[in-house]
Design a protein around this ligand. Structure first.
Ligand SMILES: Nc1ncnc2c1ncn2[C@@H]1O[C@H](COP(=O)(O)OP(=O)(O)OP(=O)(O)O)[C@@H](O)[C@H]1O
Length: 299
């Protein structure tokens, strides 16, 4: 059982608004996935659909190998998609024991899970005395009680101070290193880069990029070049290890860089080959920049 979740052409409309738009991706066991997007891009709606709390409009999804119902499959999923909700006057242990009772899990799991989230020392403190970070960690412990195959978190570090953020990210990475698959929604590129191995970037419900986090950062930019002899220019650039895909666009040659190189270096290299350029622009339009640009526009 290596595929945890398969999503095909999922769409959710609220009236005229398309919150999730023809979204497809797969979650494989053992990875840490981020759904990254600015506010309102459809992250929570996507999580809501796969967790059976929001009805889809079109498309489909299935958990694991698809052989059991979503209701059955969700018994192997741990999720925190709302604010942690526990009884304020009960201690951490008492709250988790209650969850054990509801989920039909042995009470012995409680201390094991409290240790994972670094709350064992505070196990007998009342929930109302906990900081926001501790409440979030208790929620993670609660979601882990039934040893789920996958842990789903919606904006796990929202509202926390830098220390709390650091602690939660460390705990998530630690849980992942023990073999639990993770899916988290975040509007923070930095968070996804630090915690995740894979990412789905959403914009207005549509996927902009699906793949590894390393792949997202791989772009070194591209050059737009013009010369009075375009054929000679293309020939001079071909075969050089720094230059990748090339394409002619109108009067220009577009060349993608395979490794970092600044424009002056490109100019010098071509000059040495007898090519004089009438136009040279280097641009780096990585997904990272596109994402930051997007986030800026929508906030
Ligand atoms: N129940 C609902 N009724 C109408 N519109 C909704 C409903 N739930 C979500 N939306 C809309 O769907 C879009 C996607 O919302 P969603 O909460 O999934 O985004 P998000 O990426 O999780 O953002 P955030 O982090 O702000 O929650 C938004 O425009 C939102 O206003």
């Amino acid at each position: 059982m290596n595929t945890i979740l398969t999503i095909n052409n999922l769409t959710k409309r609220f009236g005229t608004l398309t919150a999730v738009d023809d979204l497809s991706f797969t979650i494989e066991k053992g990875n840490v996935y981020g759904i990254l997007g600015p506010n309102g891009s459809g992250k929570s709606t996507t999580l809501g659909i796969v967790l059976n709390v929001v009805n889809k409009t079109a498309g489909n999804f299935h958990w694991f190998d698809g052989s059991s119902t979503t209701h059955e499959a969700l018994k192997n999923v741990g999720a925190i998609i709302e604010h942690p909700n526990f009884y304020p006057y009960m201690t951490a242990v008492q709250n988790l024991e209650l969850v054990c009772k509801i989920k039909g899990v042995a009470k012995e799991k409680v201390e094991e899970k409290l240790a994972i989230v670094d709350l064992l020392e505070r196990k007998d403190s009342k929930f109302k005395e906990f900081s926001l970070g501790m409440k979030q960690r208790l929620a993670i412990a609660s979601a882990l009680l039934n040893d789920p195959e996958i842990l789903i978190l919606d904006e796990p570090t929202n509202g926390l101070d830098p220390q709390g953020i650091h602690q939660i990210r460390g705990i998530i990475k630690n849980i992942a290193s023990q073999g639990t698959t993770i899916l988290l929604a975040s509007h923070l590129l930095d968070e996804v880069e630090k915690v995740c191995t894979h990412v789905v970037i959403l914009r207005k419900g549509k996927s902009l990029y699906t793949g590894t986090v390393d792949g997202m950062n791989a772009s070194h930019g591209f050059l737009t070049l013009q010369s009075n002899d375009m054929n000679a220019l293309e020939a001079a650039m071909q075969g050089h290890p720094s230059f990748g895909t090339m394409k002619r666009e109108a009067d220009s040659l577009i060349v993608y860089l395979k490794e970092p190189m600044d424009a002056s270096e490109v100019n010098r290299l071509l000059f040495e080959k007898g090519i004089s350029l009438s136009h040279l622009v280097k641009r780096k339009e990585s997904l990272e920049e596109q994402f930051l640009e997007l986030t800026k526009k929508q906030n």
